[in-house]
Design a protein around this ligand. Structure first.
Ligand SMILES: Cc1cc2nc3c(=O)[nH]c(=O)nc-3n(C[C@H](O)[C@H](O)[C@H](O)COP(=O)(O)OP(=O)(O)OC[C@H]3O[C@@H](n4cnc5c(N)ncnc54)[C@H](O)[C@@H]3O)c2cc1C
Length: 500
């Protein structure tokens, strides 16, 4: 092989790319990371994330060597999350369309990959914040099944820890450098990358290249083309830099297009959230306690079963459902029985409050006059909901089956009356998180063509890859997918580069 500037080039500087860079470096490769953002704005969606990783575990004992001294296991309980349950969750939320081989690799390597990251120096804690239910007065927090771990300090610390570890390991990072085109030899091997950096265009040579440049959710043109016109103006929850140009470039070089191109992860967020993610808010605009709410649209109607499942299994598709409502705006309404169950992220919002439901509807209308709210219908809907709630025991820890009778749609779990004032209404819209369609990889993270032959020297990981998620998504599987295949991509890219 001719001399190359680098053994391995990694495109992007999120969790997927940096785990690839670290794994390649650990195998002895000379690695450079090419990041489009400035040093100040580096880190992709990873930096905005809640840092939740979905991995398998047999019991709490399995989690202790990961969390180490960063947290106290005596304060939590965790039900086992075996591989069969993880596989079933991936399949269940994807309607069975997810790639079985890739899903199996993701699941089977999830626990080891989290331990590897802990060994590298990423700090972990028990996830008490997202999907965990702290029942007031209970001695211990029950960790959400599969979502028991998150990075201590969330995405901000995940990102800074990965950069620190990478820099200490001798990985160099080129900031404000956008990957444009792959360079290839006549035999199809990837030999380099054309970039546009602070000094203009440049060609970097390499022996292997890993794409970790994210999805295309921040590109309105691609959103419109693939997700549909309704997505043209939606808010983006995270980075503004994931605009899909390397997805297009890989496809142009023969990579197989894979997964649900019209699908994406989009969640309920504060209606007043900014157009792109802001690092002062990261993921704090999310509004995911809707299973304990009654959700109504501007026409005053309920439009979804708020209690279909735990929020970690419905939140990723809920954004799309909200997009279908007028002005993509709805209200989540709580009373004082459920307000204590709200995720702390609700603290960043400013709810409308009132002592009666009639006043609540009036105040919502007064604050959001331009939205032409049908307030008479809204009040009727809330009263009909209260009348339809069946008897039963409310238990936020389990699918309690406490339901309504005679509504369209019914609420099938956690249906309790709005009868303890003051009532609170949070204004909610949607934000897109990441896209599901992408390029196809094999279980060695090699990008494959339409005959499923690896494109020599080309690897990919993270949001740029397709085939994992369809219509919906189990929380924490995004970061886990990026890290599992990042580690694999780095190892294989390094082996290839060194002729092994
Ligand atoms: C608010 C929010 C909260 C989230 N919370 C969670 C969570 O708790 N758990 C979970 O599993 N997932 C979560 N996610 C999803 C998760 O963040 C992503 O799945 C994951 O971070 C994707 O990692 P990645 O490395 O593939 O992409 P990113 O982290 O987005 O990194 C992509 C990188 O590529 C760079 N880039 C793009 N194009 C180019 C180019 N042409 N040249 C050079 N560089 C380029 C970008 O600047 C960026 O640095 C969340 C996302 C958001 C927005």
């Amino acid at each position: 092989m001719p001399n190359a500037d680098f053994d391995v080039i990694v495109v992007g500087a999120g969790n997927a790319a940096l785990t690839a860079a670290l794994a390649a470096r650990a195998e002895g490769a000379r690695v450079v990371v090419v990041e489009k953002a400035s040093q100040k704005l580096r880190g992709g969606n990873t930096r905005f994330s809640g840092g939740l990783f979905r991995c398998t575990y047999a019991d709490l004992e399995d989690l202790i060597p990961i969390v180490r001294s960063h947290d106290n296991p005596d304060t939590v309980v965790a039900d086992p999350y075996p591989r069969e349950t993880y596989l079933r969750d991936l399949e269940r939320v994807a309607g069975g369309r997810n790639d079985q081989e890739l899903s199996t690799t993701l699941v089977d390597q999830s626990y080891d990959t989290v331990r590897w990251m802990a060994d590298l120096g990423v700090p972990w804690e028990f996830n008490r914040a997202v999907g965990a239910v702290t029942v007031p007065g209970a001695a211990k927090v029950k960790l959400p099944l599969g979502g028991a771990l998150r990075v201590k300090g969330e995405g901000v610390i995940l990102s800074s820890a990965l950069f620190r570890i990478a820099e200490e390991a001798g990985v160099s990072v080129l900031y404000e450098t956008q990957a444009l085109r792959l360079a290839t030899a006549n035999d199809g091997r990837v030999t380099g990358l054309e970039v546009r950096g602070p000094e203009g265009l440049n060609l970097l040579n390499c022996r292997a290249l890993v794409l970790g440049s994210g999805g295309f959710q921040a590109n309105p043109e691609m959103r419109t083309a693939y997700l549909g016109p309704a997505w043209s103006l939606v808010k983006v929850r995270g980075t503004r830099f994931n605009t899909g140009e390397m997805t297009r470039e890989a496809l142009a070089r023969g990579a197989q297009s894979y997964g649900e191109w019209a699908g994406c992860h989009a969640t309920p967020i504060d209606a007043d959230a900014p157009i792109y993610g802001e690092l002062r808010l990261t993921d704090k605009t999310n509004r995911l306690s809707y299973p304990f709410s009654v959700m109504v649209n501007l026409d005053g109607e309920r439009f979804v079963d708020e209690g279909e499942d735990f929020n970690l299994y419905t939140y990723a598709k809920m954004g799309r459902i909200i997009l279908q409502q007028r002005s993509a705006t709805v209200f989540q309404i709580f009373d004082q029985k459920t307000v204590p169950l709200l995720e702390t992220r609700y603290n960043t919002g400013s709810p409308v409050t009132a002592d009666t439901l009639a006043d609540l509807v009036d105040y919502i209308d007064a604050r959001y006059r331009s939205l032409n709210i049908r307030k008479a219908t809204m009040l009727k809907t809330l009263e009909e909901y209260n009348a339809a709630v069946a008897d039963g025991v409310f238990n936020p820890d389990v699918l309690d089956g406490k339901h309504t009778n005679g509504l369209k749609p019914e609420k099938t779990n956690w249906a309790i009356r709005l009868d303890q004032p003051p009532f609170c209404a949070y204004p909610v819209s949607l934000g897109i998180t990441f896209t599901f369609g992408g390029i196809r990889i094999d279980t060695n993270a090699q990008v494959v063509d339409y005959l499923e032959r690896p494109i020599p020297g080309l690897f990919a990981t993270g949001e740029i890859t397709g085939g994992f998620f369809y219509s919906n998504y189990p929380a924490g599987a995004g970061l886990m997918r990026g890290a599992v295949f990042g580690r694999i991509a780095g190892q294989h890219a390094s082996m290839l580069a060194r002729g092994l």
